[in-house]
Design a protein around this ligand. Sequence first.
Ligand SMILES: [Zn+2]
Ligand SMILES: [Zn+2]
Length: 345
Amino acid sequence: MPICALCHKNDADKKGSHLIPHFLMKKIDNVDGRPGRELELGFELSGGYVTGYFGSSVLPERLAPVFGELTEEELEKSRSKLIVDDLLCTACEMRLGNLESAYAQTLKKTSTGNYTSTEDSYLAFLFWCSIFWRMSVTDTKAYKLDETDEYHLRIILDGGLDATDIPAYTEKLGKEITGISYELIRCLNYTNKNTAKVLMKNENTVPYAMLIGEFAVFLTVDPNKKSEEVQTFLGLEKLRKEAKTNTCQQGESVLSAGNDVFDEAYREGAEFWVEDFTKTVSEICDALHKKFVGAGAMGGEIKKKIMVAIADNEGPMGRRYTPEAMHDAIMKTIVNYEPYKSMHD
Ligand SMILES: [Zn+2]
Ligand SMILES: [Zn+2]
C-alpha cells in the first residue's frame, strides 16, 4: 500500500478522498443542485480530453442525455476524477476534513467589494494551500506545482494542521510560511445558475491560479519567484490587482466579482480547452502518420477534416470529446486520403 501523501508516515488506506472538498464540489457539479455526497456530474478539462465523470448514485435517466446509454459496468467504473483512492491515511483525511468544515462556515458571509470572510486568517490560509497541494499531489489531474513548492506546502500543512500554538508555529517557520500569500475572488452564487468547472493551467506559475466554481484563487508560494510579464489567467489577473493580499497572519479578504467577469472567464476557459484538445489531436495524428509512413507529419488539411469530423459528431456531449470518439473520427477520415488510403486497402 502506498504511504500517505501528507504525513509520509501511515499507509494511505483512505478510499474516496475528495480532492476538492465536498462543499465546493457540491456547488460545482451536483445534479440540479440536489444535496448528497455522490451526486456529482461534470466534465473534467485536462490533457486534451474532456471526460465525463459522475458519482455512483446519479440517476441513470439524468445521465442519458449527457452520456447516451450507459452500461452497468460503465456506471460502476466511472467515478469523479476529483475523488481518489490511496492518497491519504484515515487520520490525515480527518485532519483535512476538520479544516474543510471550519472553512465552509466562512462561505455564509458575503458582501460587495473587498470584504472579510473570516478573522481566522490561519484557517483560511491552510484551507487554500490544501486545495492547491491536493490538486498537484495526485496524478489523476494534469496539473503540477513546482516540486519545491509542493514539498513546501506539504510541510506547512502537515505541521500546521496540528499546531496548537499558532503564533509560535508561524514564528518558528518564519518566512517559510509568512511569505506565502494569496488573493481570492468570488462571484457569489455563480454556480447556482451556471455550469462550473475546476480549471488550472500549468503555464500559471507566478502566481499559481485556479478557477473553482464561484471562486478564483491566486497563490504565491515562493515570493522570490518573479515573472517578467504578468501571466494572464482568463482575464481574472486584472481583477487580482484590486483584491487584497492574504497571508497566514492577514486575512481573509475576498473580492466580489460580477457575473459578467466570470462569464468571460469561463468562456475563455472553454477556448483554452479547445486549443488543448486540438493540440492533442494533432500530436496523435502525427504519431499515426509516423507509424504508417515512417517519418514526417500529417498534413494540416487532413487534420482540419478530422477536427470537423469530431465537431460534427452528433453523439451526446459527454462522449463527443472522449479518446474513443477522437480515434473514430481520425480513422474514419484518413481512410479517404493518401497515403493512408492505399495502405488501408
Ligand atoms: Zn497521513
Ligand atoms: Zn462528493
